[in-house]
Design a protein around this ligand. Sequence first.
Ligand SMILES: Cc1cc2nc3c(=O)[nH]c(=O)nc-3n(C[C@H](O)[C@H](O)[C@H](O)COP(=O)(O)OP(=O)(O)OC[C@H]3O[C@@H](n4cnc5c(N)ncnc54)[C@H](O)[C@@H]3O)c2cc1C
Length: 496
Amino acid sequence: MNGFLQRRAKTVASLVEKPLDLLVIGGGIVGAGIIRDAAMRGLRAGLVEQHDFASGTSSRSSRLLHGGIRYLAQGRVGLVHEASVEKKIIHEIAPHLADPLPFLFPSYRANKEWVLWQLKIGVKIYDLLCSGKNLGNSSWLNARETLQRVPGLSAEGLTGAVRYFDGFTNDARLVLDTLRSAARNGAILANYCRFVDATRKGDAWECTLVDALAEKRMTIQAKTIVNATGPWADRLPHSRVKLRLAKGVHLVVDRARISVPDTVVMTEGKRILFAIPWGERTILGTTDTDYNGPLDRIFAESADIRYILEITNRFFPTANLPENDVISSWAGVRPLIADPHGSPSDISRSHQIHNPEPGWWDVAGGKLTTYRLMAEETVNQIIHALKHAGLKPEPAPCSTAKEPLLPPAETTGISGILPPEFSQDAVQHFCENEWAAHLDDIMVRRTSWHYYYKDADARARQVAAWMKEFLDWPDDVVAKEIERYHEMTHLTEPRA
Ligand SMILES: Cc1cc2nc3c(=O)[nH]c(=O)nc-3n(C[C@H](O)[C@H](O)[C@H](O)COP(=O)(O)OP(=O)(O)OC[C@H]3O[C@@H](n4cnc5c(N)ncnc54)[C@H](O)[C@@H]3O)c2cc1C
């Protein structure tokens, strides 16, 4: 048995060993935030994730820490304030995963939804909603200054632009580092372990889990359970959540093709899309369409790709991006609280925490940016219930807004907004310290190498060879892992 499987067997043994105070189902950003908070307050807490950590929506976002200037236009001031405060907290506790990101929002005569004078007022209010101090001060530019800053931008009907700040993160790394922080505080974490069902027996739940790596079923006890399964939240037994799923797609292109110094906001009527600078690449997105398909295989369809390229080419007419300029893409679904009315873009991104039966909590909605707050509010409710049932000793107060996620020595060269350097050492670290079990765990979520590199397929073969060494894979596993990587990333035509 390799080192990873030995460590994992110990994890599983400690899940079974004695009852948990809390079982968190779902290893996305919401589950990660909850388990970190619970462990830091001293609860005996475990988390199970059916696939890899962050493999759901939390590795498929726009990677922005934002109050949401769009929500301001919808009058959702409370939501914007809440998220604006949280974006600054993440900047404090995880500076390696929260770069200040300037946005340039051009205004055009033809679009009456985003008029320059309104944008100018909007960005000043936006700054104030960050408790008076945003990650940078907003300003505005006339048409000439706008074109000087972004020379490729369409000049036709341009009236000027506003410039404001939000944060740029790496969604999957934020999940992984939050989990690493939880583990340092005693949390028990298992990826590839699916929650199947739970029965209330006396004061606790008897839960059935399936460990996909060991291919075995097991039973564990937990006093409380949180359903933090994002888009899956209304599919779990005991759940009372009602969701409306909205799909969003992002494309990655060469930065030389869409050269943006700041994130450029592209509009289509009320809708906004972004061109986000990411090292040598530019990320384009996103779409926002109702989704009813399978949750385990979500990919960018041709129509999504054409839509994003069409808007981008309208804003950057000389770029004339064809489909084969797309280096990579990702697609995810937003787990929005159900509202049958309006378009997905109009539905609130606020969150809800419900306790429909004793010992069971559903947490739904929200955003990457507000995960810490969602976690704090959920754990407050759970501690209240546990204390009522006689929890001793007194748990510590919440400290997640102050305590850094990890010391810099544990993130340097490993975790950041840009992919880490392509190296055997990095792969060894992910195998030994970050629960990597499959090739796609490393290529996609721990590093983003899959999205970043044009020769990702060749690099994946190299990573598989390194993983073979660190995880003692038999020869046939390497080929199976490469096949799985292609399937998981929809890489039907291997790149270079
Ligand atoms: C296109 C797009 C762009 C976005 N952009 C932004 C942005 O820029 N900024 C922002 O703040 N927010 C953004 N969001 C929203 C944000 O990404 C989500 O709100 C957030 O990631 C949801 O996290 P989650 O933990 O609830 O869900 P998920 O990340 O999906 O995690 C749920 C997990 O539960 C697991 N699970 C399900 N069933 C079981 C089971 N039975 N047993 C064990 N595990 C199970 C799943 O495998 C999954 O990993 C965006 C969302 C999308 C789709």
